[in-house]
Design a protein around this ligand. Structure first.
Ligand SMILES: *Cc1c(COP(=O)(O)O)cnc(C)c1O
Length: 390
């Protein structure tokens, strides 16, 4: 057996462009091996230039960015924060860090993201004391997520947010480079968060950013992220601080990655089109495997290509059958995010569900989507699918 056949195909692996090492070498040459330095500043500028507006604070992770965003909005123990249920746990964990209560909102079927109508219902229930019995409260924030790169219905969400004066924190961790009505994801709410974890569209090995049009928000984020040191010659603190700044070495990797970001988006979108023509052919043989189309004015970076397989329409084949067939060939595929309202850790949290995310979790699968997938790897992937769907 050809040894290459057994090499693992990853869902989404880091893809260096070549410039990263030069930036890192420069960090070493200038001895900026610290959680501050010229590359941190430069990376923030690169991000803002790419996003086309606002300000950015480079941080140690996307999770840290959400945590700081909630702190800046004044989230305290006992507060309610509305959060998309179908997401990675990092969207919701910082709500718990602060002793607040997440209210999980199901998805709509068109983008798989936060359902605006349900979100409105939850806000009204909170205001009328139906979520915390007998205690009418204004939710402190709404966290929509642009899952797998697909922009959420931000117009509707922002309309509700402004009607009830609840600020929006956009979780754009998976959507760097995605656009909604011509504007970049991450710039559509009061604050946006990005992630540069190893599996994201670009990576700093680990890292994140908080983005906002309000310079005061970003100043506060940088202050809190570097242990909230007051302006004094000695160490003086009048606020609780965090060690959340991005390392200058990691920022160096990020600067290199920013030079190839448009190319990475292009490749991910090409991957998606390849899968789409493959499944169109397959469906011609009587199957019904669905990809997520882009609604009008939604432009996804197609971070991951995802499919849904309803076994009732596909001869009983489940997404788990597909995943296991891939696994046997050393190809990584993953179920969609398991909704937060189904997670043991959030068992007691209030939820507004319609069953959309639950069905997506049952039927959905993320396919290998790296921008560095080779021709031979695509052939292995399609070979597995052809074997399963004869
Ligand atoms: C990756 C991710 C995060 C968290 O980012 P980290 O940098 O890993 O902390 C948050 N939300 C979503 C939807 C993500 O995919």
């Amino acid at each position: 057996m050809d040894l290459n056949m057994r090499l693992k195909i990853w869902l989404s692996s880091p893809h260096m462009g070549g410039e990263e090492e030069n930036f890192v070498r420069e960090a070493f040459a200038t001895n900026w091996i610290a959680p501050l330095g010229p590359h941190v500043d430069g990376f923030e500028e690169d991000l803002v230039r790419f996003l086309g507006k606002g300000h950015a604070a480079a941080l140690s992770s996307g999770t840290a960015a959400i945590h700081l965003a909630l702190i800046i909005l004044g989230v305290k123990p006992g507060d309610l924060v509305l959060c998309q249920s179908l997401t990675f746990s990092a969207s919701a964990n910082p709500i718990i860090y602060l002793g607040a209560t997440p209210v999980f909102i199901d998805s709509e079927a068109e983008t798989w993201n936060l359902d605006p109508a349900l979100c409105e219902r939850a806000i009204i229930d909170a205001l009328e004391g139906r979520i915390l019995p007998g205690r009418p409260v204004q939710p402190k924030a709404i966290i929509p997520v642009h899952l797998y790169g697909m922009p959420a219905k931000m117009r509707e969400i922002n309309r509700i947010a402004s009607k009830f004066e609840v600020p929006v924190i956009e979780d754009a961790a998976e959507a760097l480079g995605s656009e909604y009505f011509g504007k970049k994801c991450g710039t559509l709410g009061r604050m946006g968060i990005l992630s540069f974890n190893g599996n994201k569209i670009i990576t700093t090995s680990g890292g994140g950013a908080l983005v906002s049009e309000d310079p005061e928000v970003i100043r506060t984020a940088r202050f809190l992220a570097s242990q909230a040191r007051d302006d004094a010659p000695h160490y003086q603190h009048s606020k609780l601080g965090y060690n959340y700044r991005l390392s200058n070495v990691c920022a160096a990797i990020g600067r290199g990655q920013m030079t190839v970001l448009p190319a990475r988006i292009g490749r991910r979108r090409e991957n998606h089109e390849r899968y789409r023509s493959f499944f169109t052919r397959l469906n011609g043989r009587g199957y019904d495997i669905r990809l997520l189309p882009e609604p009008e004015r939604h432009h996804s970076n197609r971070w991951l290509t995802t499919i849904t397989i309803d076994p009732a329409k596909n001869g009983g084949v489940t997404r788990e059958d597909v995943r296991l067939a891939f696994l046997a060939e050393n190809i990584e595929a993953r179920p969609l995010w398991k909704p937060m309202h189904l997670q043991p850790i959030f068992a007691g949290a209030p939820r507004y569900e319609t069953g959309v995310s639950e069905t997506l979790f049952r039927d959905g699968l993320c396919l290998p989507s790296g921008s560095n997938l080779t021709e031979a790897e695509f052939e292995r992937i399609f070979g597995v699918l052809d074997g399963l769907f004869r």
